[in-house]
Write a protein of this length. Structure first.
Length: 463
């Protein structure tokens, strides 16, 4: 672990499982209360100096980006071993993490200036809130870890980063790569089995929590933060809908739809989780998606031929298996897949479900795995109503030949981001956040930096 600028061992460890085998392959340090206190104390001690020099912060962020790019050959295989994704996807994740640091190194947040009521100049400065607990998930531990760390550091906050206990190793390795770049205590990286995240979130030395995970855990994090009035950014997933309009060319949209649902084995918060198809296109679309699922190469992420790896951990594997079995028992039909693969590890066949309906849990809930329900609809009003009939509101998309019409339909979706004829396309400059149970606050661009700040208003008399 990285605590106060020093690499710190732990007498306690916990096992890390390779999802391609289902077997433990390594062990990670299990942070105790004394080490956690030291990490938070180091973040508090480093904050006054770190917050005072924006130029030094930008230089460190740029150096971190360069170090991560250089270390991609070390980090990517660790990530694949513990998370399961194909090695080239792990390499892309390292590159994306580096890009986040570079993006924030290049982004300057200047004060807002406006005239006051008496002719004076009013300056709105953005002051960092203080030490941040960054709690990252297992689906993109490096990318989403960087998405929390980089804007907090750019704002002038210090950070204690904790990865998921399912995927601690690549994040710990990233901490080692960055150990000499930031001043001691600015970035601390700890790992541990549950309930380390709860202990970190509740720590009185933490002023903000940036968490990505399930809505149920997010509510618990919010309750933990309430006694100290800690600031919160919560990204709690989604159940993203894709609406295919009746003028869509099935062959033209099927490829994009498929990979928008099955990339990273379906384990992406903003992936397509359910598709709404007009009755006239339903069967053709199911067939086109099933054809692609049948051809997709599923295997160990270390195999260069692999396109879809295993589900990342046993609890998620069991959840996906249960949701698919329940949908099949309830009347849905597996056009392809529908069951685990007969091999070691947490492999589940890419599954396309025809005849899925509202009321099935795999439609109503976020499955977060390689199983996609396709639901018939009668008219666009019904499709929009079904898409919005969820407690989630992260992202959505509309697919059709008339892009103006599709954009008008997309504007009716109750979510934070919507696309036309695509999904999951997002730059680092955009705000990203959801509505309803998909979370609180935003990340991305200047909005993500200011999410770690509070405004300070300074009135300066006119000369």
């Amino acid at each position: 672990m990285l605590v106060g600028g020093a690499l710190t061992a732990s007498p306690r460890t916990f096992g890390v499982v390779d999802p391609a085998t289902g077997e433990e392959f390594d062990r990670a340090p299990d942070c105790d209360d004394t080490t956690l206190d030291a990490a938070v104390r180091a973040a508090n001690d480093a904050w006054p100096v770190w917050r005072a020099d924006a130029g030094a912060r930008r230089a460190c962020l740029a150096a971190a980006a360069a170090a991560l790019r250089e270390a991609a050959g070390e980090l990517a295989p660790i990530l694949t071993a513990e998370q399961g994704k194909p090695l080239r996807d792990a390499e892309n994740e390292v590159a994306r993490a580096a890009a986040r640091f570079q993006h924030l190194a290049d982004l300057e947040i200047a004060p807002d200036v406006m005239p006051g009521t008496g002719g004076e100049r009013v300056e709105v400065h953005w002051r960092p809130v203080g030490p941040v607990a960054a709690i990252a998930p297992w689906n993109f531990p490096l990318q989403l870890g960087a998405a929390k760390v980089a804007p907090a550091l750019a704002a002038g906050c210090t950070v204690v980063l904790k990865p998921s206990p399912h995927t601690p190793l690549a994040t710990l390795a990233m901490g080692r790569v960055l150990a000499g770049i930031f001043p001691p205590g600015v970035l601390n990286v700890v790992a541990g089995a549950d309930p380390l995240g709860e202990r970190l979130a509740a720590h009185p030395g933490i002023r903000k929590i940036n968490f990505t995970g399930s809505a149920a855990t997010g509510r618990h994090v919010a309750a933990t933060a309430a006694p100290d009035l800690k600031r919160l950014t919560l990204e709690l997933g989604g159940n993203d809908a894709a609406i295919v309009l009746d003028d869509a060319d099935v062959d033209a949209v099927a490829e994009g739809l498929f990979w928008s649902a099955f990339a990273n084995c379906g384990q992406i918060c903003m992936a397509v989780k359910r598709v709404y198809a007009p009755a006239a296109l339903h069967d053709d679309l199911v067939g086109a998606l099933a054809e692609r699922a049948a051809k997709a190469v599923v295997g160990d992420g270390m195999d260069p031929a692999t396109q879809i790896g295993p589900i990342a951990n046993r609890p998620q594997y069991e959840r996906v298996r249960g949701l698919v079995a329940e949908a099949l028992a309830g009347g849905a039909r597996a056009a392809v897949g529908g069951a685990p693969l007969d091999r070691p590890g947490f492999f589940f066949a890419p599954t396309v479900l025809a005849g899925a309906e509202a009321g099935m849990r795999i439609v109503d809930e976020e499955q977060f795995g390689p199983a996609l329900p396709v639901v018939r609809y009668r008219d666009v009003d019904e499709a929009v109503a079904l898409a919005n009939a969820t407690p989630y509101g992260l992202c959505g998309s509309v697919w059709g030949a008339d892009t103006g019409r599709a954009a008008a339909v997309a504007a009716r979706l109750d979510c934070g981001t919507a696309w036309v004829n695509g999904h999951m396309r997002m730059s680092l400059d955009e705000p990203f956040g959801g509505t309803k149970h998909s979370g609180l606050g935003v990340s991305g661009g200047p909005w993500g930096v200011r999410a770690h700040c509070e405004p300070f208003v300074l009135h300066v008399p006119a000369p």
